[in-house]
Design a protein around this ligand. Structure first.
Ligand code: NAD
Ligand code: UDP
Length: 325
């Protein structure tokens, strides 16, 4: 399809990552349709885009088919934090599996490229470190994380099979823990929890010993990787791509860093480790570096500072609203 008729559908566009993606696509001159059920996403994430005539919002559940004229589809629709995806596990599976079928059928009908927001969770509790795309993973199919992990794995399989069987032009990004402004303060993810706790002078809650690791990518770096992958001419473009920051930190180190950057007097407390919590996670990003010329630029301290500033403003706003109310 021609580059000038560039209509992009972003499913899950009112969420944390989706709202940043909508912004970036609009800035590059595309027309953007943001489709969302608003389960974990928020109107306020995209409120500043509504006045843009190239931007439209559609309330839609991805479990149901959607018929639209589009050139590109990004599928980000899924609850993403453990507390949200475990709330209704069967619904999480349906969102991921039926959602993948619906976006792929739409891509097939429209001749549109379809991008899947997959996850490092496809590697489970990995026995290979750092994780390369060729690693098959170590996932428990019946634990509390399975609805998300297996839903995302099945979605990947659907993407690869629609590509092989029906010639759909696909992209699959395996996203490692990403943080930044517009995360929800209440979604239980570690970066938002620690920052909100530190700013409110509450204890920081480390689950387990705090020696488990994660690799944290700032949102702007990740979204740059999404667009590079979508536009890539690489012969590997229909293979899975790890996108994440290979800087690996223990959760205890993250807690110390957040306390230092906020200047908080909060203490650290230790709570039980959730079942099947992966012990280590770090992306091998050589494929993205070689094929997309991509690597993250924003170091953890810098990204945390921007995220802290966002939560400070959010908490101040909530306090003002309480005073007025
Ligand atoms: P988010 O919860 O902020 O965004 C998800 C969006 O999908 C929300 O706007 C939500 O309302 C919408 N949604 C959920 N179910 C839907 C349904 N049935 N129909 C339509 N919309 C629906 O989370 P996020 O962090 O922005 O994650 C976006 C995507 O990236 C998710 O698919 C997630 O699995 C994936 N991902 C995120 C991370 C991360 O660290 N943020 C890591 C790996 C993968
Ligand atoms: N975690 C923690 N305290 C919290 C929230 C999370 O110690 O308040 C830990 C969690 O057990 C996991 C890591 O931080 O080991 C990352 O958790 P998150 O839910 O952000 O992402 P995921 O486990 O999906 O990578």
């Amino acid at each position: 399809k021609s580059a000038e008729f560039s209509k992009v559908l972003v499913f899950g566009g009112a969420g944390f990552l989706g709202s940043h993606l909508c912004e970036k696509l609009l800035a590059s001159g595309k027309a953007v349709i943001c489709a969302d059920s608003f389960e974990t996403g928020r109107q306020e994430n995209v409120a500043h885009l509504i006045s843009n005539p190239s931007f439209k919002i559609v309330q839609h559940d991805i479990q149901l088919p959607l018929d639209l004229e589009v050139d590109e589809i990004y599928n980000l629709a899924s609850p993403a934090s453990p507390i949200h995806y475990q709330e209704d596990p069967v619904r999480t599976l349906k969102t991921n599996v039926l959602g993948a079928i619906n976006v792929l059928e739409l891509g097939r009908a429209q001749g549109a490229k379809v991008f899947q927001a997959s996850t490092s969770e496809v590697y489970g509790d990995p026995h290979v470190h750092p994780q390369q795309e060729s690693y098959w993973g170590n996932v428990n199919s019946f634990g509390p994380r399975a609805c998300y992990d297996e839903g995302k794995r099945c979605a990947e399989t659907l993407f690869f099979d629609f590509h092989h069987q029906h010639g759909v032009d696909i992209r699959v990004a395996r996203i490692f823990n990403t943080y930044g402004p517009r995360m929800r303060p209440d979604d239980g993810r570690v970066v938002s929890n620690f920052i909100v706790q530190a700013l409110q002078g509450k204890d920081l809650t480390i689950y387990g010993s705090g020696q488990q690791t994660r690799s944290f990518c700032y949102v702007d770096d990740l979204i740059d990787g999404f667009v590079r992958l979508m536009n890539s001419p690489s012969p590997l473009r229909t293979q899975p791509f790890n996108l994440g920051n290979p800087g690996e930190f223990t959760i205890a180190e993250l807690a110390e860093e957040v306390i230092a950057l906020t200047g908080s007097r909060s203490k650290i407390i230790y709570l039980p480790l959730p079942v099947d919590d992966p012990r280590q996670r770090c992306p091998d990003i050589s494929r993205a570096a070689t094929e997309l010329g991509w690597s993250p630029r924003i170091a953890l301290a810098e990204g945390l500072q921007k995220t802290i500033a966002y939560f400070e403003a959010q908490l101040a706003q909530a306090q003002r609203a309480r005073r007025i109310g």
